[in-house]
Ligand binder design. Sequence first.
Ligand SMILES: O=C(O)CCCC[C@@H]1SC[C@@H]2NC(=O)N[C@@H]21
Length: 337
Amino acid sequence: MSAESGTYRLDVYTRTTDILEQAKPNIEKGPLFTAKGTETGCEVLLNFAEHDRPSTSFKPETFFQHLTTRTQGSVLATASTLPSTQTLLQDNPGHFPHGTVCVADRQIKGKGRGKNTWESPEGCLMFSTSVHLSIQGQSLPFVQYVVSLAIVQAVQEEAKKRLKDNVVDVRIKWPNDIYGQKLKLGGILCQSAYRNQQFHVVIGVGLNLSNQQPTTCIDALIEEKHHEINLEGSPQPVKPEVLLAGILNRLEELLDVLLSSSFEPLQKPYLDAWLHTGQKVILEESQGGNMQQIPLTIQGLSSNGYLKAQDEKGEQYELHPDGNSLDFFKGLMRKKA
Ligand SMILES: O=C(O)CCCC[C@@H]1SC[C@@H]2NC(=O)N[C@@H]21
């Protein structure tokens, strides 16, 4: 029996009766289903919580009041504890329709990118949402960029409300992280599968909202800026329900642009929100057994969604995350042998 085995209660809410009807073929009310895949052995109690007492502090009414989307977030699943919101949606696609968002107070087997785990400190907003996209394969890498932009825009919207229209130093660290004052504030994990002529993408986000550890958090950055610009009193903490609704509102809008056009109209806002324009890095490349150091300047994203950089002679480079380990803050990039 693995550590994450056991019974987990999942409260499922839907925005309207109509959507509840749509969701019914896919989501059956309790008593239990046994989650598949990596969470085998974990039983999830599905409960339409309108009729029962909720088990988490996350307030669905507040979330739905702030949600302005057509479909994203229409089905909300909350849990006090889960192994991982990501693996739940990822491994049980038949149970959760397009737009489902699953949020947990705690994860005991939170998943990061690669082989990393995601620690789940109290105060961290942790959610996964499923999107079914009719999109060309070459547009898929841009989905993660759209998610990053949606997060930064939603955070800044909350910051502006509290800071008389000022923003905080929250930016995208390419390709999948959110940084606040040069510290990691959040991470994004996108996993996709191709089914029935659509990409089913499960987007997982962990964002330090009120937890100052292990790095910094959104509430602390807003509070610091509040003092810096000499506003009186203390800013209200950002509610997880409001931030999550804001992220999903932005996400749907930005995905609409990506799907109806391309990433092109989003390039400028994306580059304005990232950390890297004009950043100097050194590409270390092995040439004929000798290690060459090539100074490069980051310029933007290539049409394939990779990093576009230029050397001193104006020669263009496309840098791939898998082929280069990037350490931007040391100004170093190593090309893997
Ligand atoms: O920085 C990373 O490596 C990505 C971290 C993604 C963490 C989130 S928390 C909610 C969702 N559930 C998980 O198990 N992982 C993602």
